[in-house]
Design a protein around this ligand. Sequence first.
Ligand SMILES: [Zn+2]
Length: 210
Amino acid sequence: MILETFPVGPLQCNCTILGDEEAGEAIVIDPGDEIGRIQRRLTELNLKLKQILVTHAHIDHVGGALKLKRLTGAPILLNENDLPLLKMMDMQAGWLGIAPPEVAPPDASLDEGLKVGLERYPAHVLHTPGHTQGSVCLHFAPLKMVIAGDTLFAGSIGRTDLPGGNGKQIIDSIQTRLMALPDETSVLPGHGPSTTIGDERQRNPFLRIR
Ligand SMILES: [Zn+2]
């Protein structure tokens, strides 16, 4: 198994490459920027890209998805509840003072329960609204790993003050969906260091206030 996570772009969004070297296949999660670097890595590893999975439609997570699709032919999957945010890409670029990237509607919606990923490394979609209405986490149960997007961070949670954000909803999503996972589940957040469900259950200050 190949699992590489590295921050991309000005907001340092964690982009993840998950690959199966035997099958020669990979998925990429949250290709927000630095698409040349991502594609170079896939080429070096001899992996054909099967899916582009986007945890939510904020510019730092979705900004490079269309470029990567054009280079590889892989479909883009994004929860349909974030389509309004995808249409606001000019405004999102304005928040950062950068040129808006070209975006297109996803090829499929990352709906609750959908099975995605690779044959040997499948994931199920957990719809976890709150940071945005279409925010999802990807639970790779056999790998004891969850890709959390901007829903849960080490010691923190995603902001809810942007359009589509809801503070009560994000806590509810984390408590009912993520905290239902086993303690040993590793968490790869959309920004910053990795953590585990058990560590966040014990130490995350945002999960104590209810
Ligand atoms: Zn975000």
